[in-house]
Write a protein that binds this ligand. Structure first.
Ligand code: ADP
Length: 581
């Protein structure tokens, strides 16, 4: 994406609030020009009254001087407020658009990205974009209105003096332009390193238990320090270039010095030139600013646009469609419950992970999916939830195809209870209610009771209002699962997708979870990725998924009667629950 296109798109986000921002930006430039111009005029009058020893004019000039000073501070505060408010509102809009876009991105796209990189773009790069509005564009406006206005004014006051100022001040621009080139590349490198650092840091936080239990602290520290060192080097390289650029600062003294030499020579010959010399000295500030800031601000803008592009890339990731694209020409196969026909899917451009899978789960019955790890069970669940676009085949619920149902509506029919319940950093109550309209305390408690969760919830310090730590760290695995089950009970969706936990719970927790699940499954069409023999035995039908294909199907008794894959799996030791006799 070109710099201009990036800028245009970023500016586009601010369109509805642009008037206020532009008032601030343009106002700041014009107010600076106006105030400086008036000061120059006042100074010229003051010096003229001194040269001519005119007391009345001296008093008038002093009063005007005071008036201009007051006017300038009042007007500057007004435009500064408009500018900052406008910039903050634009930033607010971009941030919200970014969040909405990331929220709508397909799972496939998100899974391809490193979460640290996504966070860094939302945080570090967004901060750069905000600075573009509060700092960079403001400097450009100053250069444009105040700077160019001052150029015109000095030439009008005295063209020779004006040219001396412009000539000497422009030297700073030449030096700045010479060192500007690497800034863009160095800015991009720094943002990349910041993303890597954040990614490592999130691993440190998420893997805290593993890092400690396997004594990986030193290994991890070395990795973090390495990324941190790269970030430091990238930061130093960028700062060095910026520092070289700021060596042009002393050059900006050349203009006033040259002007003084020229002015002194002319004033010696003609004392009437003194007021004009003083006005020139005042106005040369704006000319110098034009040359010192233009190159630097343009370079800074390029660095900011690198971040802008990174933010826009995130916004441009493929979004979930309203409905999936149909891969079947014909009508869906009539049936009740879940009907899957010839379903195929593979990640990215890889081979099919789910290959030509067909199966049914009749309304109100339970089907168990079993098979070796990597067989495609979780992928199948994600396909049922419409999280990926199938390559071929159809999925229908109660005779209605996934392709003809808006995804949001489709997902309303499913309650998904994952292996490791994900809980939000919020109250227990909010975690059970999820995004539903508040059903009231009684309904929430009933759901929690059915999930065997009520008793432990009321033991928590603030009961249902206890705020759970991130990912429910302050709860045991079984407790987290029971909260997730309460959420599913409250959701009351007709279809239940259950990913049974492989990790062992203690006997009491296991029994409580099992009871809760049985209550949840009752009357619902259930597909369960099963690891416990008792769950599998209780299922109406078992599907053995291996290498992405259903290799066997039938009841426990039927499949045990064959010397096939299922029997081999059972013999190899499908987990027997501890409480099972
Ligand atoms: P199961 O749940 O039966 O263990 P999965 O559905 O998780 O199996 O995985 C099936 C295959 O798909 C595995 O080979 C796995 O490596 C691959 N896979 C799973 N998720 C992804 C993904 N997000 N991107 C690429 N490949 C994946």
């Amino acid at each position: 994406m070109s710099d201009m296109r990036t800028l245009r798109r970023l500016v586009g986000f601010g369109e509805p609030v642009a008037a206020q921002y532009l008032r601030g930006v343009v106002g700041l430039g014009l107010v600076n020009l106006g105030v400086n111009g008036l000061f120059a005029l006042m100074l010229a009058q003051l010096s003229a009254s001194l040269v001519e020893a005119n007391r009345a004019q001296l008093t008038r000039s002093t009063l005007l001087f005071l008036g201009v000073a007051i006017l300038s501070s009042v007007s500057i505060s007004f435009v500064a407020r408009a500018l900052i408010t406008g910039a903050t509102r634009i930033e607010y809009r971009i941030r919200n658009a970014l969040f909405a876009a990331v929220n709508a991105v397909t799972l496939a796209e998100l899974e391809k990205r490193d979460s640290g990189d996504v966070l860094s773009r939302m945080n570090n790069d967004m901060a750069q974009v905000s600075e573009m509005y509060t700092g960079t564009i403001q400097s450009l406006s100053l250069a444009l209105f105040y700077g160019l206005g001052s150029v015109v004014t000095v030439v009008c006051i005295d063209w020779r003096g004006g040219l001396i100022i412009i000539g000497l001040a422009s030297l700073t621009l030449l030096v700045s332009v010479a060192v500007m080139k690497p800034l863009k590349r160095q800015g991009a490198a720094l943002q990349d390193q910041k993303a890597s650092f954040l990614s490592r840091m999130s691993q440190v936080a998420q893997g805290a238990t593993v890092i400690r239990s396997f004594n990986l602290a030193e290994w991890m520290t070395a990795k973090v320090l390495q990324v941190s060192r790269y970030q430091q080097s990238a930061g130093v390289r960028l700062a060095t270039t910026e520092a070289i650029q700021s060596t042009t600062d002393p050059l900006s003294l050349l203009a006033p010095i040259g002007l003084l030499v020229y002015g002194a020579l002319r004033s010696v010959a003609d004392v009437a030139f003194v007021p004009r010399l003083i006005a020139l000295i005042q106005m040369q500030n704006g000319v110098t600013l034009l040359f010192t800031t233009t190159a630097r601000t343009l370079a800074d803008l390029q660095v900011k646009l690198v971040s802008g592009r990174r933010v826009l890339e995130l916004m441009d990731l493929q979004k979930e469609p309203e409905r999936l694209v149909s891969t079947t020409a014909g009508n869906p196969v009539p049936g009740n419950g879940i009907t899957v026909r010839d379903l195929s899917f593979g990640y990215d451009r890889g081979a099919d992970i789910v290959q030509n899978v067909s199966f049914d789960v009749e309304r109100g019955t339970t089907a168990a999916v079993v098979g070796p790890s990597g067989g495609g069970k979780s992928t199948l669940f994600k396909l049922l939830l419409g999280l990926y676009q199938p390559r071929a085949g159809s999925i229908a619920l109660e005779g209605r195809s996934i392709y003809e149902t808006p995804l949001a509506e489709w997902r309303h029919s499913f309650a998904y209870v994952p292996q490791n319940a994900f809980l939000f950093s919020d109250t227990v109550y909010a975690n059970i209610v999820g995004g539903m309209p508040d059903p009231g305390q009684e309904a929430v408690e009933n759901a929690a009771r059915a999930a065997n969760a009520h008793d432990f919830i009321v033991q928590l310090p603030q009961g249902y209002q206890t705020v759970l730590e991130e990912s429910g760290h302050n709860l045991s695995g079984g407790e987290k699962q029971r909260i997730a089950i309460a959420r599913a009970i409250l959701q009351d969706a007709p279809v239940l997708l259950l990913d049974e936990a492989t990790s062992a719970l203690d006997a009491e927790n296991e029994q409580q979870v099992q009871e809760a699940l049985e209550r949840l499954m009752r009357g619902r069409t259930t597909l369960v990725i099963a690891h416990r023999l008792s769950t599998i035995q209780a299922a109406d039908v078992i599907y053995v998924l291996e290498g992405g294909q259903i290799v066997e199907q039938g009841t426990h008794e039927k499949l045990m009667g064959q010397a096939g894959r299922y029997r081999a799996l059972v013999d190899a030791g499908l987990r027997s629950p501890t409480h099972q006799v």
